[in-house]
Design a protein around this ligand. Structure first.
Ligand code: NAD
Length: 353
């Protein structure tokens, strides 16, 4: 069973890390090496090795895996060694994959440093790499030995990356409903986005936010059932992101795409399920505080639909999309027509201005 430890202070983090058995290999990207490693280097076991890779999604590939495997071998990693993934989702994804496959699998610990890493990517045992433009095409399900959440790392996270993480925070709160949704709505309504008090308020809610994904993946570790709920906003989001990556000189970020996708899929939830107009309005209002609506060009929509239909969560030719019956009650709907999908993008466009 996977353990998620929420560590509020430096001393407790030291105790956690010092207790790691085996030869430790700290995997980080160039940014987390610069900003995060110095904060823990003193409290790591004396003899540890560093493996530094390039930052960014373009490095989440086989070439980087080969580099990591080679570094592990040349530094004498054996089956008792432990990889400590110090970074955002890119590092925990590729670090988990290389550890899961090195010598048929060695232990690894996730120490996420980005908001998205803390609330999403480090949890649930999915790891992997991209092949050409196909995201996460190759990977395994393997749980880390531990997930250690130390919110202080967020101090150096750029605002743009905060926004990416906030898309998943909002999604988790929509799936959980009730108290958590109210708290997140409140933090977003009361504080200036990305101000210090805003970031502090989100940090204090991390244990509750993380629990949403932990509980879903515990019940469905291999994505055969309810884990698909975590895909809310990601089907249309995936279409928008893929289109933008293919055509725009400054593509929209994954977080932007998910926020846009949640508005469109919120619309579908109102049209095809029982999500009330008031619930839809509260979803839109909250997202608008951190996302500026911009129009999706009409001529882009056919290609966006092609990407939507190629979503890898499609099974046996049918696209199943998690929608919201109510905030806090997700439901999977199959066989949604292309007209409805297109209408949902037009709905997003109707909010411009
Ligand atoms: N396995 C899963 O279940 C899962 C779920 C969601 C996303 N993902 C994957 O996660 C990745 C995205 O994760 P991400 O948004 O964390 O991206 P990322 O790991 O690329 O990090 C974004 C940027 O922030 C920098 N950074 C991270 N922490 C920092 C810190 N504390 N201070 C300063 N800079 C810091 C990184 O170096 C990088 O430049 C994607 O590859 C996605 O496919 C995986």
């Amino acid at each position: 069973m996977q353990e998620v430890s929420f560590i509020p202070g430096n001393k407790a983090l030291a105790e956690k890390l010092i207790n790691c058995d085996g030869n430790i290999f700290v995997l980080m990207d160039e940014h987390t090496h610069r900003f995060c490693y110095p904060r823990i280097s003193e409290i790591l076991p004396h003899k540890h090795h560093q493996i530094i890779i390039g930052a960014g999604e373009e490095h989440k590939n086989l070439k980087t895996c080969e580099y990591i495997w080679k570094q592990l071998r040349e530094s004498g990693a054996d089956r008792k060694s432990v990889v400590l993934n110090l970074g955002g989702g890119m590092v925990t994804d590729i670090g988990g994959f290389t550890a899961a496959t090195y010598m048929r699998g060695i232990s690894f610990i996730n120490l996420p440093t980005s908001l998205l890493g803390m609330v999403d990517a480090s949890i649930g045992g999915k790891n992997g790499i991209d092949v050409d433009s196909f995201k996460n095409m190759v990977g395994t399900f393997k749980l880390p030995d531990q997930i250690i959440i130390w919110p202080d790392f967020l101090d150096t996270l750029p605002d743009k990356e905060w926004n990416n993480g906030m898309a998943e925070v909002i999604k988790h709160a929509l799936l959980a409903g009730n108290e958590l949704w109210e708290k997140i709505q409140n933090v977003i309504a009361v504080h200036e986005i990305n101000s210090k008090p805003f970031k502090f308020a989100i940090s204090t809610l991390l244990p509750e936010i993380i629990k949403v994904k932990s509980q879903i993946v515990k019940a469905d570790p291999e994505e055969k059932g309810d884990r698909i709920y975590l895909n809310f906003g990601h089907t249309i989001g995936h279409g928008l992101e893929s289109y933008s990556l293919a055509h725009d000189s400054h593509p929209i970020s994954h977080g932007e795409a998910v926020l846009m996708g949640m508005i469109s899929e919120g619309y579908l939830s109102n049209k095809l399920c029982d999500l009330s107009k008031d619930e839809l309005q509260s979803l839109i209002q909250t997202i608008r505080k951190i996302h500026v609506i911009h129009s999706v060009k009409g001529k882009a929509i056919p290609e966006i639909m092609k990407f939507v239909k190629s979503d890898k969560k499609r099974a046996s030719g049918t696209l199943s999309i998690p929608l919201l019956k109510h905030i806090g009650t997700p439901i999977v709907i199959s066989g949604i027509s292309e007209n409805d999908l297109i209408e949902s993008v037009h709905f997003y466009n109707s909010l411009v201005g």
